[in-house]
Write a protein that binds this ligand. Structure first.
Ligand code: PEP
Ligand code: MN
Length: 365
């Protein structure tokens, strides 16, 4: 998809990855905001974030300090030479945040899920040059995320990026929100110019995992990190378990291995090219073998149609899966990996055979 965007380096003024956005989940008091910013000024931070309006799951919890917090944020930015950032969820928030000179706005995950809200925000943002970041929707729905990006871009916002904050999924998980990296990889494939910032705080929900998710983001070539930082995390009025001190943030940033998108080393590049050519050849063989397998599957389908036998044979499937995962283990391949591949192959075989059996056959009992 061809989107004309202002590059991240231009709108942020930061040439070197990762871009770092840090600050408390929520602004609680002027002292807390200023203290966080003061302690963050020592770390490698570009934007100082603080939630002013908080979309909370339950009412009667702290829903943000509101408009009165905007001057605190501005003061923190000015005193400690940090750009400022806050979440906007309604057109009135956009107006107020811009009025108070906030430097970057983001749309929260609970807003991205609603196209009406996103469109209202897009309309309110029309004409602004302030960068806007769009968090992924809470549900793992890439189209919904891309739709929100298109709405904001459609309103003429060119300094645009996204925040990957993980997805709600059913069942128990180590994470508060599953990272689902595949989703991010697919977004990067379809919108290669779109800056992606990962939010390890909302993904993990717990401070001990923030470092590992941040490193994973660097391994994937993610452009930046948004990390919730509080002067006294355990006492935070919201999201206490996932906030870290500014000093801990500095430590994590100092330990990150930041990957580059390539190297100038000609001989290293040559050997990578050769390895990739080998992969291309292997994939060609793999596709050939899959095509050969499919044609045998079709013959079996015809045999099953002639003999009026079901396309799905549980005993055969079980035996096949057991045999193939066993062979995989001998070859040093991960059994779950091979099992997942065979599940896809088998699903396609059953689909193809059912199609053959249904084609040109009259129903009969
Ligand atoms: C936040 O960044 O404070 C926030 C509310 O995040 P999310 O929209 O990802 O839940
Ligand atoms: Mn939060």
């Amino acid at each position: 998809m061809d989107m004309k965007l202002v590059p991240l380096a231009r709108w942020s003024g930061s040439e070197r990855a990762p871009l770092v956005i840090a600050g408390p989940c929520a602004a609680e008091s002027e002292e807390q905001v200023l203290e966080t910013a003061r302690r963050l000024a020592e770390a490698r931070v570009h934007y100082f974030r603080a939630g002013i309006w908080k979309a909370r799951t339950r009412p009667n919890t702290f829903e943000g300090i509101g408009e009165q917090g905007l001057p605190w944020l501005r003061r923190a930015g000015t005193e400690f030479s940090l750009k400022t950032a806050t979440e906007i969820a309604q057109p009135a928030h956009v107006e107020l945040a811009l009025e108070h000179g906030i430097d970057l706005l983001w749309i929260g995950a609970r807003t991205t899920v609603n196209p009406f809200s996103v469109q209202e925000l897009a309309n309110a943002l029309r004409g602004t040059e302030v960068p806007v970041l769009i968090k992924n929707p809470t549900s793992p729905d890439l189209a919904l995320w891309m739709g929100a990006i298109e709405r904001v871009h459609g309103a003429g916002v060119k300094a645009l990026g996204v925040i990957h904050r993980g997805f709600s999924v059913a069942g128990k998980s180590t994470y508060r929100n599953e990272p689902m990296w595949d989703m991010v990889i697919e977004l990067r494939r379809t919108m290669p110019e779109m800056p992606i910032i990962t939010d390890p705080s909302h993904i993990t929900g717990r401070r001990d995992l923030i470092h590992s998710i941040s490193q994973r983001a660097m391994d994937f070539g993610i452009d930046g990190l948004m990390i919730a930082t509080h002067p006294n995390p355990d006492q935070a009025w919201s999201d206490a378990a996932q906030q870290i001190t500014p000093e801990r943030l500095a430590e994590i940033l100092g330990q990150l291995h930041v990957r580059r998108s390539g190297t100038d080393d000609a001989s290293a590049n040559r050997s990578l090219r050769e390895l990739r050519e080998t992969i291309d050849r292997i994939d060609q063989d793999l596709l050939g073998v899959l095509a050969e397998r499919s044609s045998v599957v079709e013959h079996i389908g015809e045999w099953k149609r002639a003999k009026n036998v079901t396309s799905f044979r549980p005993a055969r499937w079980n035996a096949l899966l057991e045999d193939r995962t066993g062979r995989a283990a001998v070859l040093g391949l991960d059994e779950d990996y091979v099992k997942a591949i065979y599940e896809v192959i088998h699903r396609e075989s059953v689909r193809r055979q059912s199609q053959i059996m249904d084609d040109g056959e009259s129903p009969g009992i």
